[in-house]
Design a protein around this ligand. Structure first.
Ligand SMILES: Cc1cc2nc3c(=O)[nH]c(=O)nc-3n(C[C@H](O)[C@H](O)[C@H](O)COP(=O)(O)O)c2cc1C
Length: 213
């Protein structure tokens, strides 16, 4: 199994979202101890905004360049296509995704490559595979008394669906601004949710003899 981990926090390995993603990756490794994990760290701004040629090509019927953003786009799409499972770890920033994750999306969601515009709308070209999203937020955005709207998870599901990735599962640790005891308990609960999810996956699929994440 090849796992692509796209991590989007500027805090890199110290990030809460990165920590939660490692719980997911641990579970994947238990399924396949030989799993290969590509750690694509983008949260510190290594992906540039798209360039002019790329923007022009998205609004016309042909690609005007194979260099610059187009070359970067191709590299990131190939990495995604090669993965059996995708893990995205991300903080919530200003009610939505961090700009660094949006730049990755601007490169991998590309017309005539990862989706086509048809008379029934935009249709993805990637083959479906599981995507796990590990989210960390200072406050709560779901549950009984959310403290803020959530423009992160609905957006991610919509945009990944547009390129053919429809199996998106989110996990979150919400309220990381809490004092340390409360935070420890939030982490424990989030980790348990991940373990329970994979245990139920194994239970549901044990009768067919293999696990499709
Ligand atoms: C620029 C910025 C904007 C943020 N906006 C929000 C927000 O809208 N809602 C929220 O709950 N937390 C917000 N936070 C807090 C982070 O989501 C929180 O600290 C999170 O745990 C960081 O995760 P990380 O360690 O994976 O980067 C924001 C943090 C930063 C730096």
């Amino acid at each position: 199994m090849k796992v692509l981990h796209v991590s989007c926090s500027p805090r890199r390995q110290a990030a809460e979202s990165y920590r939660l993603a490692q719980q997911i990756i641990d579970q994947l490794r238990q399924t396949d101890p030989g799993a290969i994990v590509i750690d694509r760290m983008i949260g510190h701004g290594i992906i540039l905004p798209i360039d002019e040629d790329y923007a022009v090509s998205q609004g016309s019927s042909k690609d005007v360049s194979r260099l610059g953003s187009m070359a970067k786009s191709e590299q990131l799409i190939l990495e995604l296509e090669n993965a059996d499972v995708v893990v995205i770890s991300t903080p919530m920033h200003n009610l939505t995704l961090p700009a660094t994750l949006k730049l990755w999306i601007d490169h991998i969601v590309r017309t005539r490559r990862t989706f086509n515009i048809t008379n029934v709308g935009k249709v993805g070209t990637l083959h479906n595979r599981p995507v796990y999203v590990a989210i960390s937020s200072g406050g709560r955005f779901s549950g009984e008394h959310p403290q803020q709207p959530d423009f992160l998870t609905p957006y991610l599901k919509a945009i990944l669906g547009m390129i053919g990735l429809h199996k998106v599962t989110t996990f979150s640790v919400q309220g990381t601004g809490s004092h340390s005891d409360a935070l420890a308990s939030l982490r424990r609960n989030a980790d348990q949710t991940v373990r329970d999810y994979f245990a139920s996956l194994h239970r549901d699929q044990s009768h067919v003899g293999s696990v499709a994440y």
